[in-house]
Design a protein. Structure first.
Length: 341
């Protein structure tokens, strides 16, 4: 692995990386990707957004339309080299409800193609790959997942993300790329998609906003305990990953706390100030006394290897999430203008 360029990256405690060279964010128009772009731009970096389609909303960065999975590795390497990147961030994700084959094509294949291309590049940028804690699969209640936890994903998404993360770790170990893997837990905060849990709750709250009527929020049974981390803290972790020395293991990014999802929803409703009643409906095909859905991330390695830890509290994250959704509901949307490139 090459030595870092002067001023390029440190231990998380030194000066910011050099402004020379760009930061290429794959999937930069997505929920997490937008915050990653903003975090690098706030540090004076030149950000380039890459996606399969132009962003639906305008972005203050140069945007390139590029299909990772459908582009020849040599052509992809040339396209990336042309941007002179110091850092490449892979925040390409997918949506739920896809088959294993569809999820593999949407999530694993783009990363595998990217790795082939990066091995051919004349430059050697740091790759920060965003994995998922769903790569671990079910874990015993009361435990924390970390780099040494067994990976047994039980969803198509978890399996495809695990294959991608393992490929990055393998490439870094073999020296073909300079890569870091961050396994990100559940994310909250401003910009959350409307299809997310809090997005669905917001939709029901906003339907009665200003009427004085009580909102009825119908949801599936809220039995899970999850580790929620603010999306802005995730973006800061990506910046830390771009600067850190070699990181040989997948690093968990969360708050290090398992929170009842029902408590999260109640916290969100309180932040809205809208009277509401939550109705939990049974999930078809799931026994009432089934396995508890639990997740908590061990963030010790993130502190030790990246010099990172979460700074925003869950109430702050949820409050900002509500304000953002409420503002978007009140503000008419306008079509985005074509992006450059």
């Amino acid at each position: 692995m090459r030595e870092p360029r002067s001023g390029e990256r440190g231990t998380g405690q030194g000066p910011e990386p050099s402004s020379r060279g760009s930061v290429v964010v794959l999937g930069g128009a997505g929920y997490v990707g937008r915050h990653v772009c903003a975090a690098f731009a706030a540090r004076g970096r030149d950000v380039v957004v890459v996606g399969r389609r132009p962003p639906e909303e305008s972005m203050p960065y140069r945007c390139l339309t590029l299909d990772l999975a459908g582009t020849d590795p040599q052509a992809l390497a040339a396209a990336l080299d042309a941007e002179r990147p110091v850092t490449v961030v892979n925040s390409v994700g997918s949506i739920w409800g896809r088959s294993d084959a569809q999820m593999w094509s949407a999530t694993a294949v783009p990363t595998l193609r990217l790795l082939d291309a990066m091995a051919l590049m004349s430059a050697r940028p740091r790759l920060v790959h965003l994995g998922s804690v769903l790569e671990y699969g079910p874990v015993p209640p009361g435990t924390s997942v970390g780099a040494d936890a067994e990976t047994r994903p039980d969803t198509a998404y978890g399996r495809s993300k695990l294959a991608a993360s393992e490929a990055v770790l393998r490439g870094a170990s073999e020296g073909s790329i300079d890569g870091v893997v961050l396994r990100v837990s559940n994310v909250s905060g401003p910009g959350t998609p409307r299809i997310s849990l809090l997005g669905q709750v917001a939709e029901r709250l906003l339907a009665t906003a200003g009427t004085g009527a009580e909102a009825v929020v119908e949801l599936s049974r809220l039995r899970a305990h999850r580790d929620y981390v603010d999306v802005r803290d995730v973006a800061d972790a990506v910046v830390a990953g771009a600067r850190a020395p070699a990181v040989p293991v997948a690093v968990g990014i969360g708050r290090g706390e398992a929170v009842s999802v029902r408590d999260l929803v109640d916290l969100f409703i309180d932040a809205s100030g809208i009277p509401a009643r939550v109705v939990e409906r049974p999930t078809p095909g799931r026994a009432a006394g089934g396995r508890e859905d639990w997740l908590r991330v061990d963030i010790g390695p993130a502190r030790a290897l990246l010099g990172w830890e979460p700074r925003r509290s869950l109430p702050e994250s949820v409050r900002d999430c509500w304000h953002d959704l409420d503002r978007a509901h009140r503000t008419p949307t306008t079509p985005s203008k074509p992006s450059g490139g």
